[in-house]
Structures are given as C-alpha cells and as structure tokens.
Design a protein around this ligand. Sequence first.
Ligand code: NAG
Ligand code: NAG
Ligand code: NAG
Ligand code: NAG
Ligand code: NAG
Length: 370
Amino acid sequence: MARPSSVFFLQLVFILTTCTAKSVQQLEKPKAAALFIFGDSFLDAGNNNYINTTTLDRANFWPYGETFFEFPTGRFSDGRLISDFIEQYAGLPLIPPFLQPGIHQYYHGVNFASAGAGALVETFKGYVINLKTQLSYYKKVESWLREKLSNDEGKLILSRAVYLFSIGSNDYTSPFLTNSTVLNSFSKSQYIGMVIGNLTRVLKEIYKSGGRKFAFINLPPLGCFPTIRILKPETNGSCLEEVSSLAKLHNKALSKLLYNLEKQSKEFKYSLFDFNSSLRKRMKHPHKYGFKEGKAACCGTGEFTGVFSCGGKRIVKEFELCENPNQYVFWDSLHLTEMAYKQLAEAMWSGTSNPQLVGPYNLKELFRIS
Ligand SMILES: *[C@@H]1O[C@H](CO)[C@@H](O)[C@H](O)[C@H]1NC(C)=O
Ligand SMILES: *[C@@H]1O[C@H](CO)[C@@H](O)[C@H](O)[C@H]1NC(C)=O
Ligand SMILES: *[C@@H]1O[C@H](CO)[C@@H](O)[C@H](O)[C@H]1NC(C)=O
Ligand SMILES: *[C@@H]1O[C@H](CO)[C@@H](O)[C@H](O)[C@H]1NC(C)=O
Ligand SMILES: *[C@@H]1O[C@H](CO)[C@@H](O)[C@H](O)[C@H]1NC(C)=O
C-alpha cells in the first residue's frame, strides 16, 4: 500500500539530490545505473504538463494521481507507473520529466516520454513530443553529462545506463481515434515497417552515443482496450481485431529487430517484456491476480467505462469513478491502475524467460551487468 510518508521521503530524496551542490560530488559515481525513459503515456511522468497540448493528452487533474501521490502529477494512472516502480527497485530516486522546470542534473537519468507520442512524427502531430524530438532532448542531456564529467566518466554513465522504451501504441490506435486515412495509403506491413524503421534509427543513434542496455515493453492487446472496444457499435463490445492484429505484427517485428541488433552490435544488450501476455492474463482471469474487474475501467463513462472522460475535463464531461482502483486492471479507458503497473513492473524486474515473459535479461540483470 502507498503511504504518504513514502511519497514525502521520495520527494525529499529527490529535492536533496537535485538541489544541493554538495550531493552532486557524491553523485558523480552513483551506485545504481541511470535510467533514461522514452515513449508514450505508459511511461510519461508529466512532460505533457509543459507543452502546448489539450486535456486529451494530459492527466494533470483529479482523480489522476489520487492513490499514491495524492495530487495529479500528469501520470495517466491513479498512482505510479511501471517506470516509477523500476526506479524504486533499482535504488534510484524518482526520475523527473525532462521538461519539468528546475531540473539541473541528469546523473540518475531523466524521463522524455510524452502521452500520445509515437515513433511516427505524424502521430498526434502538434500535441505530443514525438520520438525523434525525445531523441534530440536526449542528445542535450548526453552533451551535458560529457561536459560535466570527464569524458570517460560521462561515457561510463551512458554505457551503464538503461534506456527504457514504450512506443507504438499511439501509431496504431491514432488512425482509428482520429479520422486519419493513413491506413488506406499504406499496407499493414508498410506501416509497421515505418514505425519499426523510425524506432531502429533512434536505437542506433543511442547506441552510437554510447548506450548499451535497452529495455522494452511490447504492445498490449490494443483492440481490447475499453476505448477501442466501443469504437464501432456494430462489434458489440468485442475486441477490435483490426487494431490488435497491427499490434501483433508490430510485436513480431520488434522481437526480430532486437534479436538482430544484438547479433549486429557487439555490446547491444536488451530486455523485452511481454506486456501483451501479462495484460491478457489479468484481463481474462482478474481474480487470479487480486482484481475484481479485468475489462472495464475504473474511471470514465459508458459501456466498459470506455469513454475517455476520466476527470471530466475532456470532450465528454460525465464520468464515474470506482471506489477502489486496486480492484481494477484498467484505470481509465486507455491506461492501467497502479496495482496493475506494479505487478507488471515486478515481472519485468525479476521475471524469467522460461516461460517467455521477459528476456534475454530481466531488468534486475540488465541494471547490474556492465
Ligand atoms: C497552442 O496551440 C494552439 C492550437 O494548436 C494555438 O492556437 C496557440 O497559439 C498555441 N499557444 C502557444 C503558446 O504556442
Ligand atoms: C519517422 O516518421 C515520419 C513519418 O511520420 C517521418 O517523416 C520521419 O522523418 C521519420 N524519421 C524519424 C527518424 O523520426
Ligand atoms: C470523424 O468524422 C465523423 C464524421 O465525419 C465525425 O462525426 C467525427 O466527429 C470525426 N471524429 C474525429 C475524432 O474527428
Ligand atoms: C450484443 O451483446 C449483448 C450483451 O452482451 C447481447 O445481448 C446481444 O445479443 C449482442 N448483439 C449482437 C448483435 O451480437
Ligand atoms: C498476445 O498474445 C496472444 C497469446 O499468445 C496472441 O494470440 C496475440 O496475438 C498477442 N498479441 C499481441 C499484440 O502481441
């Protein structure tokens, strides 16, 4: 259970580590490897609070954040995200969003993720920080680290760091959520090729700059997310196969990409977490994992609580809020509860590759290897 005292403690550690000049000395050789976070709302800790966007891509209002932080941080959940738990397990302080004012040091890493972002620049263009822009921010941080430390020390931080990604969900759902006709212009495999191609470019750039340890969350069964289920009334609430099949093809291509990068690049190491199967199990058998509800969201309105109205500040103003988010897998119609994220983070951290859940390394191993 989340305790306010632990929030306070985390914030205190964070304030101390960011603000006192003295601690910077000690931080030059931090014990834990740094964590750089890229991607979308599954990992955005609040970057979108600082860009010109709409409430569709923001979660900086109640009841977001109600469980753990007790205030809305911009995270799309009632509490912590997968990345917040990973930081805790790795012995890191809470990693702040890159755009948060007053962030002056990056020894422990930083978070570039932006809700709504995709690997394609076109995805929700104008409202999000796309992956390419996230990479350009990373390059600023990289220069900062190399400048602050001797070149060798900077290099060591970059090579020991873990680079965590969640990307693709918005590239495949946005054509269905907007009236975009992009999927009429490309075949499925062409479109997936573009997403994977853009991701590959980013990974190669990070590798070139000294990054060695990469961690991925694959795509969930997107067609079964509450918002997607209610998109076409004629499907009567069943999963939208068109969307899930794109996610499935993407996941195959992602596995292949990482396998090939490891073969091609001597020092490339990675951890791939099967978010898809972990989430499917919880949706199908919620009781086995301590939940009461696996399909409908805690916060929102309509069938499956599938209308993206949590908080009442978006297009639809009505919303219902469940009493205990811990009993739900889905927090709002597109995101999970802290309880679900915690279980997934635990599996990523110490899960095994047999049965195939996370591999070749789990995150605990990935953080430790050099
Ligand atoms: C923010 O975006 C809106 C619409 O996209 C635009 O009208 C407005 O000028 C922008 N504001 C700033 C400060 O850039
Ligand atoms: C990625 O995708 C877009 C298409 O949306 C393209 O214009 C862009 O140049 C691509 N490359 C990178 C590195 O993002
Ligand atoms: C998509 O188009 C339909 C019909 O033209 C319109 O009713 C709907 O509001 C549009 N949706 C979006 C997200 O633009
Ligand atoms: C849709 O689902 C409802 C409730 O699950 C069921 O009663 C109804 O017969 C279904 N309709 C169709 C066309 O499948
Ligand atoms: C998720 O896993 C199931 C069962 O292994 C598979 O049938 C489905 O295609 C997968 N979906 C995605 C998006 O990978």
